[in-house]
Design a protein. Structure first.
Length: 205
């Protein structure tokens, strides 16, 4: 029998995903644009990762709307398929980061400092922290693997934001050519972690 509290929890989850959708749209637009202008690989990759997470949020909003409208759980097979697609996109981003960072290190080419990139990454830290904690709490109450995986993505975005902030701070302080490609390898680690969690469905915060 469905809990009387479940519809309220689903609505809470829906609102959390709407906030995620709005923030990820801002984060993706600012980071990708700023990264391209500054020639910063890590900031651009941060924006592309946000774009992929934006797609995941859209799928989860769709799933929650189905349950709110029809009062039934969304087919798990569709959730699994959407998660696998996100995982493939993240693996592709990881491959791009590995090749691009390796090429820049080989060619001794760096990137520039991006004030908008630093600002959006800094703001993402508290936003993602609060979203990850709240999503995880709701996911436990709903018993939703999809919501738990989304909470893990928010947590990974938090750590990825920290890497970008540290990398951009080092870029500003040192200005060495190798800072951007080396920091991009730090971004690569978190992207691979996200990809693995999305593909295997064993996300954990």
């Amino acid at each position: 029998m469905q809990s009387v509290h479940r519809p309220s929890l689903v609505r809470t989850a829906f609102r959390l995903e709407l906030v995620t959708l709005a923030w990820m749209a801002i984060e993706a637009i600012v980071a990708i644009g700023a990264g391209i202008v500054a020639g910063s690989l890590m900031v651009t990759a941060f924006g592309i990762d946000s774009l992929i997470e934006l797609g995941s949020a859209v799928v989860l909003i769709w799933r929650l709307r189905v349950e709110l409208r029809d009062g039934r759980a969304f087919p798990e097979a569709i959730e699994h398929r959407a998660s696998r697609i996100a995982g493939l996109l993240l693996f592709a981003l990881a491959a791009y980061l590995f090749v691009a960072a390796g090429w820049r290190l080989w060619m001794r080419e760096g990137g520039g400092f991006s004030p908008p990139g630093l600002i959006v990454a800094t703001l993402a830290i508290p936003v993602m922290y609060l979203l990850a904690r709240r999503k995880l709490a709701v996911a436990k109450q709903l018993g939703s693997r999809a919501m738990r995986a989304d909470a893990a993505e928010s947590a990974a975005c938090l750590w990825l934001s920290l890497v970008v902030v540290v990398g951009q701070g080092a870029e500003l302080a040192i200005g060495a050519w190798w800072v951007d490609p080396v920091a991009s390898l730090g971004v690569l680690w978190f992207v691979l972690r996200e990809a693995r969690e999305a593909w295997f469905g064993n996300a954990c915060c």
